[in-house]
Design a binder for this molecule. Structure first.
Ligand code: NAP
Length: 439
């Protein structure tokens, strides 16, 4: 067994940092046996040192720069959150030859290139398993287990807050607003839920997954994004009638043209998912990621995508790996971006669609609607029509739900614009994509 201890600095003592520090202390003997050297906590970086934190005060510091620069710190575990000051602290650590473990998805989706280059130059590890889907191992399987395969698609539910809200809407018939209020009251949604409900958090994770799966640098800005704020109780009713659930999906796809030219698509949006698809039954705050690879076929990863202890499990996995590399020599896989595939625009992405609209109840309406789909070469798979009544029970038009075969986003957008102009169409209630269905 190696004599020299591995010194660790933990930056951040919040939900995740507290659990990481607890595990480092409570499992010291096991960790030492697994690593081949003791793991010693040198200090914990926080904003407010004075608070009673359950960690000896001498361990706490608000001088992140000094803590990172200590000679006896070999590995820096960044669990502070915002892009800054995390980026600056991680860059300083890497430039000084320290390995880094982080759970910071916003940072990794924005600055992977810069950080990976610094890690490469210093020949140290940069690990970030906890940045996507909390406890669920998905970065390491993609980076290592599937390193010899060709990944075709990664589709996942990677945001627990939105999955909790959508699950509640499906189970109880609640409106989006009521389900969000309930999620906030129970602590599943932040005071400002924008990053979750508008899809920014899922888009950051999609960028990280796409980069690794397709050996191409993809940033959050490359990801097409729609949130869940417009999904209605009526959409869930229609989805149920079509044998579907509605989920916020992060989808990363390798697209191959007829001439064999490859591109990458990374996108986040709420979509109808057939009930027999594995992602349709992932409920509450749980996350799941389905990977499709050429030789492996379909793989599914499921579990707790957030929370202090589950996220700390992923952080500790990375920490043990980085520490072992320090003891035994060698490094984990470096960033792989050799493929440099172009990013496909959303307009070129073929998907199936669900369009829900209110129309006048008069002869010829269905054929006028069908003609617009046909004129834009969007083929219809299914149409449902239902009469509507006003408050007095008098007939007042009809609701039409159209499900299409595969069409490009551009063709569908033009179709919807044209439908909105039709005299017989009173309102386009919603347009959602349908994923995971054949045809
Ligand atoms: P948190 O509870 O808000 O804790 C953040 C910690 O960082 C606090 O201890 C805070 O210090 C410290 N901190 C923030 N800004 C700082 C600064 N400028 N200087 C020094 N210390 C600073 O956050 P968390 O939920 O543990 O999340 C940490 C990271 O893990 C984030 O990147 C998050 O995205 C990621 N993550 C979290 C989860 C989860 O379920 N929570 C899941 C996956 C990934 P004070 O305590 O003094 O305020």
């Amino acid at each position: 067994m190696s004599e020299k201890a591995i010194g660790v600095a933990v930056l951040g003592l919040g939900n995740v940092g507290t659990e990481v520090v607890r595990i480092i202390e409570e499992s010291a003997a096991d960790l030492e046996a697994r690593i081949g050297a003791p793991l010693e906590l040198r200090g914990v970086g926080v904003r407010r040192v004075a608070k009673d934190r359950g960690v000896p005060v001498g361990m706490l510091t608000d001088d992140i720069e000094a803590l990172v620069s200590r000679d006896d710190v070999d590995i820096v575990v960044e669990l502070m959150g915002p892009v800054e000051p995390a980026r600056k602290a991680i860059m300083a650590a890497l430039e000084q030859g320290k390995s880094v473990v982080t759970a910071n998805k916003a940072l990794m989706a924005q600055s992977t290139g810069e950080l990976a280059q610094a890690a490469e130059k210093a020949r140290v590890d940069l690990y970030f398993e906890a940045a996507v889907a909390g406890a669920i191992p998905v970065i390491r399987p993609l980076t290592q287990s599937l390193a010899g395969d060709t990944v075709l698609r990664v589709a996942g539910i990677v945001n627990g807050t939105t999955n909790y809200i959508l699950s509640a809407m499906n189970d109880t018939g609640a409106s989006y607003e009521d389900a969000l209020a309930d999620a906030s009251a129970l602590g599943y949604a932040e005071a400002d839920p924008t990053a979750d409900v508008e899809g920014y958090d899922a888009a950051a994770k999609a960028a990280i997954l796409a980069s690794i799966a397709f050996h191409t640098r993809v940033t959050a800005d490359d990801v097409y994004r729609e949130g869940i704020t417009k999904v209605s109780a009526a959409d869930f009713e229609s989805a149920r009638a079509l044998g579907c659930n509605i989920k916020l999906l992060a989808i990363c796809e390798r697209l191959t043209s007829g001439k064999g030219k490859q591109r990458v698509s990374a996108r986040v949006y709420p979509a109808l998912v057939p009930l027999d698809h594995p992602l349709a039954s992932v409920n509450g705050a749980f996350n799941a990621v389905v990977v499709e690879a050429e030789a492996a076929g379909r793989l599914m990863f499921y579990g707790q995508g957030a929370g202090g202890a589950p996220t700390a499990s992923a952080v500790m996995g990375d920490l043990v790996m980085a520490a072992r590399n320090r003891v035994q020599g060698g490094r984990g896989p470096r960033e792989s971006k050799y493929a440099k595939l172009p990013i496909a625009s959303i307009g070129a992405i073929p998907t199936r669609y669900y369009v829900n609209m209110n129309v006048k109840d008069q002869p010829g309406v269905l054929s006028a609607v069908a003609a617009e789909f046909s004129r834009h070469e969007v083929s219809i798979a299914e149409v449902r029509q239902q009469g509507m009544t006003d408050n007095e029970g008098e007939p007042c038009g009809a609701q039409i739900v159209v499900v299409t075969h595969q069409a490009t986003d551009a063709a569908l957008s033009e179709t919807v614009e044209a439908l909105a102009e039709l005299d017989v169409v009173q309102n386009i209630n919603s347009v959602l994509r349908m994923e995971g269905a054949t045809a």
